[in-house]
Write a protein that binds this ligand. Structure first.
Ligand code: GLN
Length: 313
């Protein structure tokens, strides 16, 4: 089936926002200095359906850096360009069961990063973006991310500078990948591209449009552009199901029943294939780095909208 009628969806999005407004559980990320300064009270929810219809509530158009949610869309770009088999072999699609920035999974698997949604796998995926130079890769990468959003996305220079000055762990991960001969190109250059992709500014509304593009067989329902193929978009959603919320992916799937992706600035997107997507933003996080209120609002809305992909009716 499809989503309930427009009025009903609108009322349910408002209800989810109102219901969770007073929820202050969790803590803002502090390992990237500028993220620690985020206003923890911000809270926005957006729903975009596969016809392009949109519902925005609260701080739904407030800009924040996309962070790890970029991993889903860079994976889609690379799978589109190089094919799912090559990416599957080089990066993998299994959950690590470990934190997003862990080096342990690499050490246990001969340097194989396991999946594109943790930092090691995402850095190795960014290395596969086509382009002879870093500038060419960056232009491919931003063009794809912008096509998913249906508008030009810009970098938050302050967050980019702040993370660049403090990302020793990601640089170590890139060096470690390189030591196993599992990273193409210069580790510093690749981490720089990865840090920039994480610093692209989006809103909850943008996330909903980006997710709705994956829900709509790779066609952006607002711009009408075919951004990636139907097969790539299906594969991307499958990868999100197993690892979109890192070591909490199983709990998320049980609670929300819809594949999703989170980021440390507090964004979360849930993709309901054939129906649409929910974008949410709230900076307070749980221990795994996932927005607490974003997850709870998405779970409530998924139940109310009947999105659970495992439900028979
Ligand atoms: N840029 C962040 C990092 O690499 C993204 C992590 C995240 O959102 N979980 O640490």
């Amino acid at each position: 089936g499809s989503l309930p009628g427009w009025e009903r969806v609108d009322a349910l999005v408002r209800d989810a926002h109102e219901h969770l407004l007073a929820d202050r559980d969790g803590a803002v990320a502090d390992y990237i200095p500028t993220l620690a300064a985020a206003d923890p009270e911000l809270f926005g929810i957006a729903v975009v359906d596969v016809t392009g219809g949109a519902h925005d509530v609260g701080d739904a158009v407030t800009a924040f850096t996309i962070q790890s949610i970029s991993k889903a869309f860079v994976y889609a770009l690379v799978a589109q360009e190089l094919g799912r088999d090559l990416v599957g072999e080089r990066i993998g699609v299994n959950n690590t069961g470990l934190a997003f920035n862990s080096v342990v999974a690499l050490e246990l698997n001969d340097g194989h990063p396991m999946n594109p949604m943790v930092n090691a796998g995402a850095i190795a995926t960014t290395a596969l973006v086509p382009g002879a130079t870093a500038a060419e890769k960056w232009s491919r990468l931003t063009a794809a991310m912008s096509a998913f959003a249906g508008r030009h996305l810009a970098v938050d220079q302050e967050v980019y500078a702040s993370e660049s000055a403090t990302n020793d762990r990601n640089r170590a991960i890139a060096r470690l990948l390189r030591s196993y001969d599992r990273l193409d190109g210069d580790p510093e250059e690749i981490v720089d591209l990865y840090t920039r992709q994480c610093s692209l500014l989006v809103s909850a509304h943008d996330l909903a449009v980006m997710g709705a593009t994956l829900a709509d067989g790779g066609v952006n329902p607002v711009s009408g552009e075919q951004v990636v193929s139907d097969a790539v978009s299906r594969d991307t959603v499958a990868v999100l199901a197993s690892s979109g919320l890192y070591e909490h992916s199983g709990e998320w799937l049980l609670e929300v029943g819809v594949p999703g992706k989170s980021g440390v600035s507090g964004g979360v997107v849930a993709v309901a294939p054939g129906k649409g997507a929910i974008g949410a933003f709230s900076p307070r996080l749980d221990k795994a780095g996932n927005s607490v209120r974003g997850q709870r609002a998405t779970a409530r809305l998924s139940r109310a909208l009947g999105l659970n992909i495992f439900a028979s009716r």
